[in-house]
Structures are given as structure tokens and as C-alpha cells.
Design a protein around this ligand. Sequence first.
Ligand SMILES: Cc1cc2nc3c(=O)[nH]c(=O)nc-3n(C[C@H](O)[C@H](O)[C@H](O)COP(=O)(O)OP(=O)(O)OC[C@H]3O[C@@H](n4cnc5c(N)ncnc54)[C@H](O)[C@@H]3O)c2cc1C
Length: 473
Amino acid sequence: MVVQDVAAPGAALDEIAVGAFEAALEGSLIRPEDGVYDAARRVWNGMIDRRPALIACCATVADVQAAVTFAREHDLVVAVRGGGHNVAGFGTCNGGLVIDLSPMKGIVVDPGARTARAEPGCLLGDLDRATQVYGLAVPAGQISHTGIAGLTLGGGMGWLMRKHGLTVDNLLAVELVTADGALVRASATENAELFWAVRGGGGNFGVAVAFEYRLHPIGQRVLGGMVVYPLEQAREVLRHCRTAMEEAPDELGLVAMVLTAPPMAPFPEALWGRAVFALALCYAGDLAEGERVVGRLREVGAPAVDLVGPMPYVALQAMSDAAVPHGRHYWEKAGYLAALPDAAIDAFLTRAVDPTSPFSMVQLQTMGGAVGRVGEGATAFAHRDAAWTFTAVAAWPGEDPEPERHVRWAGGFARALAPWSTGGVYVNALGEEGADRVRSAYRPATYARLAAIKGTYDPGNVFRLNQNIVPAV
Ligand SMILES: Cc1cc2nc3c(=O)[nH]c(=O)nc-3n(C[C@H](O)[C@H](O)[C@H](O)COP(=O)(O)OP(=O)(O)OC[C@H]3O[C@@H](n4cnc5c(N)ncnc54)[C@H](O)[C@@H]3O)c2cc1C
């Protein structure tokens, strides 16, 4: 058998080489003719429909080394897949080799040292469940089926970031298989330049096979949930929240959004199918004090539903999972705001209310707190001074005959907020938007330093199927 459709047009792999590669793996190798191929080539975003030549399901570090070496020797494009959540779909590819890390799910928590070591196939829910046994947590994202690997390497924003920083601010060490197949450890004291780069520079420098995190004692219950308002109240409530958040303690994280109320409890029937305004929040601290702080947010408006209360942190982390299921088609546009003046609120709400699909939504998330207290050059993650992030997520069922209208809607939302945008973007919120947009995820000096480090560790750009840093060679 010959496996077609590899990186170089017309190139082919002979089965003896593929068979030897397969025999070397402790995990498995999936070929296009295998029954599991269709499921294995898919990622979270159903819009991405790519057909890799081979999928190496890696179970060990040695498997990853074998896969990187095989791809390099056979000039195969490499896609690295952690949780498969990347909206641009870089976790799979046409032709080439997918290095699928999903079998690598080991987690070891050291509650005494307050550290955790996790393998790159873990999802956020895996990490939360393991650390919450001890009332500890890694600050990370807000959807439990997101992969820890892609999220961590890009930065990692979530409910705990204002109090405890981004995920990268709590990364103690990472182990990577680099383009030459070597296993390298990076921390503050080992390969420090590489360690700086992987804290925001994405998957450009190698395949991460282990992450070591600092944990924080947040307890097993937080004050969290969602408050839903009829849309007519959105302007007044959002203006009030903006002011309240300027004074709010770091324990409070907030996301304001406009979404279409689904036809189900706890949404009142009168709102089903209508655009509503909602606040999702988390207060990670003393619960009684949290009630007082959140009470300030409740001073304005008459909610249609108020679901905020003490709840398990793992439940809060999974609260929005069902709103963004695997397989739907997604297109996203995001940016940062330095401030949220009234005119920006008006633009946000004007563009938000006419989504082309009931599954689409727009949101604003508060930054600040510990994120902004880390020096701008301390990690590769940039734009720490932003006050808010904005995101439009267009989502629709795959069978829609006119997908472009959803893309236009999300693009129009971002353009409406452009006058207040800093011009920067979170690298993990980028779609396939071109080299200039990748640069806008970083300050110029940060990008130049990343390019130099890329030139050291991956001069041939083996890891180019990502938000690519072009190696300075
Ligand atoms: C519904 C949804 C919710 C989200 N919520 C948040 C959030 O709350 N906070 C936040 O910060 N981000 C969030 N994100 C963005 C998320 O951080 C990125 O999509 C991230 O890329 C997901 O990582 P993954 O491992 O699941 O993705 P994958 O698609 O598997 O990987 C994405 C890219 O990361 C790189 N990569 C993955 N694994 C490795 C590895 N082991 N070694 C080297 N490179 C690797 C590769 O370049 C790969 O192409 C969300 C995304 C979605 C779709």
C-alpha cells in the first residue's frame, strides 16, 4: 500500500517505512482506510474538514519523538493536537501527520508542594477534577472540554486570572520534544529563553509533553453562575458593571454577553428564542464577602433569571460547555479594549442583537488584576494592559447553505468595536487570519525575540501549522 497526499505534491510514503513507524509506537497509527479515521481526523470546529495522511495517537514521550522524527525524515506537514479546540483547526491537516496527544492524560498532583504535572492530552476538566480533590486549582479557561496544551502555550485566560494570573503565569516548567526529536526541559532555570517563549508563543517551539503548574487554594466551592436580563436592560446594566468592575476585588471575574435564550429551563418561556443580556461571573474567595461584592453588580436591573450562588468550582467550569458543542461550525473574531466608554457599549449592543444564528454570541470579559501586574516582557504573552477582551463567536449547524452570512456578522461586530480596540489580539482567539494578525498578538520586540528563539529551536519551521512565528535564521 502507498499512502498518498503528503506534504510535497506527488510524494508518497512506502508502507515499509509506515509499518516500521507503527511498530515503534506504543500508541496507535491511524490510516485513511481505518474505521476510526473519520472520527480521529475531526476537531472541535465542524467547519474544519481535513484529511491527514496519518494520525499518530501518541501514548508516550518516545511516541512523540518517533512521530516528530518520522515527519521530518519524510517531509510531512505536522499538525499537533492537544484538545482539538483551536478554532482555526490547526490540530488537523490535509496530507501530513497529525500528532494526536489525546492518549497522554496523566496528572500527578502534589498537594503539599501545591504543584501539578499534567500530560498534553488532558482537558481542562481533567485538570480541574484532579486538583479540586484538594481544593486547589490551576488558573485556566472556562470551557471544560478545552485542551490544556494549546490553552497554556497561548496564555490561558479564565475566572481566576484577575486573582492568580494567566495559566502561563502559573507554569513552572514544560517538557518539549523539539524539531530534532530531542526532549528538552524549560523552566526559569533551564533553557530560560525557551521557557519565556512557550509562555504565550504557542506551539511554535516543539511538542509539549508535560506541563508543571503552580496550584492555588481556592476551595471546592466558589460563588458563581449567571444572571440573565431582558435585552432592554442591557445598556444600563453594562454601564453599571463597568463602573463596579473598576472597584471590584481581584477575586471577581466577569463576562458580559448577548446570546439567544434557548428554549429550555431555567430561561423563562417569554424569552425563548430572543436575544438576552447575561452576566456570567465567579467570585473565588470568601463566600460571604463574595455575596457582598456581587450584590453591588445586582444594584441595577431586574433579572429575568438569577442563577448566581455558591457552587462547586468544577460545575462552574462546565457551566457553558453545552453552549459550544463539538461539531457545530464556528468562526470567531476577537480583540482587546483599553477601556469601555459608553459609545463602545452602544456599538457592542447594537451589533450584538441581530445574530444570523441562535447559536452565535458576543462577549466582553474583564482583564486587569494579576494579569496586568506581571511585567509586559516577563513572558511572551502580550497586551497585559488591556481592560477587556471582546469576542464574537458565530456558530451554526453544518448544513446551513449560506455560511458566509455568519462570518459577515462576526466580522461586522469586530469592525463596529474597532474604534476602541487596542489593535492587539489574544493568539488563542485567532482564526486563520494571516501573518500580520499573528504579529498583532505580540509587541514588535516580543515578536522579534520569539522569531530568534524559533530560529534556534525550529529553524526549518517544522512546527508551522499554528499561529506561526517565522524563524529568524
Ligand atoms: C469553546 C472554546 C472556549 C475557549 N475558552 C477559552 C478560555 O476560556 N480561555 C482561553 O484562554 N482560551 C480559550 N479558548 C481558546 C483555546 O485556548 C484555544 O482554542 C487552544 O488552542 C485550545 O487548545 P487545544 O489543545 O484544545 O487545541 P488544539 O487544537 O489541540 O491545539 C491548538 C494548537 O496548539 C498547539 N498545540 C496543542 N497541543 C500542543 C502541544 N502539546 N505542544 C505544542 N503545541 C501544541 C498547536 O499549534 C495546535 O495547533 C477557547 C476555545 C474554544 C473553542
